[in-house]
Design a protein around this ligand. Structure first.
Ligand code: NAG
Ligand code: NAG
Ligand code: NAG
Length: 194
């Protein structure tokens, strides 16, 4: 019994020291402006294809061009790898989200959500600009899904994929804003080689 209590105490000490140690190692590393600029340049330096300039416009209606861009994003994410600055992580998350949006759109919605259908949704429910992410909200989504079902070639089965697309577009909006703040904070200068 005594032996057991001793072991238990020892276990507790181990447990608490590992918790403390865990917190110590997961603390974000201090980063400098220069490091964050270098990480940003590294990501942009991984870009090979000029089509990358269309990354903010994804999903592209042209499926082949869209796929080319999806592949380029995959290359840029693999090539840039693990980085430390929040600005870098945000940019990578933004790219990864754009890739998801595009693949999801072409896999589930492109037959229904045509340019005409999308224009009609904007006319009825208001344009979703990235200047104000609060425009993406539940009541606005309700308007969108109601209108979506009225579009030619759209059916009830398109609603669920559309809802997922909608929240991914909201995430894009939020990430773009956070990215801008982080870029300002670390005084990162945008450079483009594409
Ligand atoms: C990076 O972002 C995380 C999560 O938002 C935050 O907890 C952390 O303080 C940020 N680090 C820096 C260096 O800004
Ligand atoms: C929801 O979005 C609509 C337009 O997209 C906007 O007019 C409305 O003010 C938003 N509601 C809230 C609570 O932000
Ligand atoms: C709707 O579907 C039909 C049959 O699949 C197709 O011929 C037509 O081009 C589609 N219309 C639109 C606007 O996508």
């Amino acid at each position: 019994m005594k032996e057991y209590q001793k072991m238990f105490q020892y276990f507790l000490i181990l447990l608490f020291s590992s918790v403390a140690f865990g917190q110590y190692v997961t603390e974000p590393p201090a980063v400098t402006d220069q490091q964050c600029q270098e990480e940003y340049d590294k990501i942009i330096g991984c870009v090979r294809a000029p089509i990358f300039s269309k990354v903010d416009d994804m999903p592209l209606p042209d499926q082949n061009k869209n796929q080319e861009l999806v592949d380029e994003i995959t290359h840029v994410l693999d090539c840039s790898g693990h980085l430390n600055c929040n600005s870098s992580k945000l940019l990578q998350s933004y790219l990864s989200n754009q890739r998801w949006i595009s693949e999801h759109f072409h896999a589930t919605l492109s037959d229904c959500l045509t340019v005409e259908a999308d224009t009609e949704l904007s006319n009825q429910c208001g344009v979703l600009h990235d200047d104000n992410c609060n425009r993406f909200n539940k009541s606005n989504l309700k308007c969108h899904t109601t209108e979506l079902e009225k579009q030619p070639n759209c059916t009830e089965r398109h609603v669920e994929p559309y809802v997922r697309l909608y929240w991914a577009l909201r995430s894009r909006c939020v990430m773009a804003h956070q990215l801008k703040l982080e870029m300002d904070r670390y005084h990162i200068k945008e450079k483009r080689n594409f």
